[in-house]
Design a protein around this ligand. Structure first.
Ligand SMILES: Cc1cc2nc3c(=O)[nH]c(=O)nc-3n(C[C@H](O)[C@H](O)[C@H](O)COP(=O)(O)OP(=O)(O)OC[C@H]3O[C@@H](n4cnc5c(N)ncnc54)[C@H](O)[C@@H]3O)c2cc1C
Length: 306
């Protein structure tokens, strides 16, 4: 493939996408929201050219659509990888509609084979994989953060430009208010201790928190714990409609392992589960499991760690 683009509003994802994209194309242009330092790092991970986007008070992300369309008209990229963030998903869909080209969302695999792009994505809430072969170009592919390792940075020269907006755009910014900062970023946590409905008393959360603290991790949960019982904030529930994580260790107790939950934790390097039902589905996706009562096993783990 000749020209590959990446578009990302998140620096870390830009580095991951650059590392992947450089294996697919001969020239890589990165459209990245960030400053000069971010641009230098994107180059070190593989970009040849970086075009920096900015979001001052009066600018909305959507305004970049017309700029990117104009650039696509002159540059003719064959493959456009877009970070699957809230902004990225929105932009990818609009770009695909305007360029009248395919858009493959949340691809987990991406390879070039015999002139075709071979992709794989998860469908039916994690029940099946869909293999896709694409032989029409351009094609837009959205990639979720942490799908690919970012690789090792290299000493490399590249060009950096500031991308200018065209005109005012149809949206006028009246006021901007900072969103309340999330107290936890589970996606970045190295160790996550998960709690499910097997816990019957809210007071029992204390032992999960203590275990997480001893392990240097964070507490996550299943959807019912956050949405129905409201024992933990919604930002802590994991799964297809919750957070998707990729920690080194996911240790959970009282979690049945329904597919909607497993979707969010399946990329964990090691999964350890505790459940009192020896047929619990979570055991099928676990590297290690303990059949037992969480009220006994968690305190035992805490005292062993201490
Ligand atoms: C459209 C849709 C989207 C959804 N998205 C999500 C999502 O993103 N994330 C999510 O988590 N869920 C999601 N769900 C809900 C999901 O289907 C399950 O209902 C949920 O994950 C189950 O949570 P749980 O494992 O905590 O509870 P349960 O399924 O009730 O499991 C409790 C488990 O605890 C065990 N247990 C009981 N007592 C003990 C004990 N003393 N010691 C040890 N183990 C014990 C039981 O054996 C059981 O396996 C979604 C559902 C739908 C329909």
């Amino acid at each position: 493939m000749n020209k590959v683009w990446i578009i990302s509003d998140h620096p870390e994802t830009a580095y991951e996408l650059a590392g992947k994209a450089k294996t697919l194309g001969t020239s890589l242009t990165a459209y990245v929201l960030g400053d000069n330092d971010v641009a230098q790092r994107v180059i070190s991970f593989g970009a040849d050219v970086v075009k920096l986007m900015q979001l001052p008070q009066t600018t909305v992300w959507e305004q970049y659509l017309s700029v990117l369309l104009q650039e696509a008209g002159t540059e003719n990229p064959e493959l456009i990888l877009v970070a699957s963030t809230c902004r990225g998903k929105d932009l990818a869909a609009q770009l695909a509609a305007k360029l009248d080209c395919p858009c493959v969302t949340d691809s987990k695999k991406l390879e070039e084979k015999d002139g075709k792009l071979v992709l794989q994505r998860i469908i039916y809430g994690g029940l099946a994989y869909q293999d896709i072969e694409c032989n029409t170009f351009p094609v837009i592919v959205t990639i979720a953060p942490h799908t690919f390792e970012k690789g090792e940075p290299e000493e490399k020269q590249g060009e950096i430009f500031n991308l200018s907006l065209i005109g005012e755009g149809p949206i006028q910014v009246v006021e901007r208010k900072a969103k309340e900062a999330a107290s936890v970023n589970l996606a970045e946590a190295d160790i996550v201790v998960g709690v499910g409905r097997g816990l019957t008393q809210q007071s029992g959360l204390a032992m999960f928190e203590e275990l997480a603290k001893l392990l240097g991790g964070e507490v996550g949960c299943t959807r019912p714990i956050a949405e129905d019982l409201k024992w933990l904030p919604e930002e802590r529930y994991l799964g297809i409609t919750g957070k998707q994580i990729k920690p080194n260790l996911y240790l959970c107790a009282g979690v049945s392992g329904q597919i909607q939950h497993v979707y969010g934790i399946r990329e964990s390097k090691v999964i350890v589960s505790i459940n009192n039902n020896e047929n619990a589905p979570i055991f099928k996706v676990s590297d290690y499991y303990i059949v037992g009562d969480l009220e006994e096993v968690i305190p035992a783990l805490i005292s062993a760690l201490k």
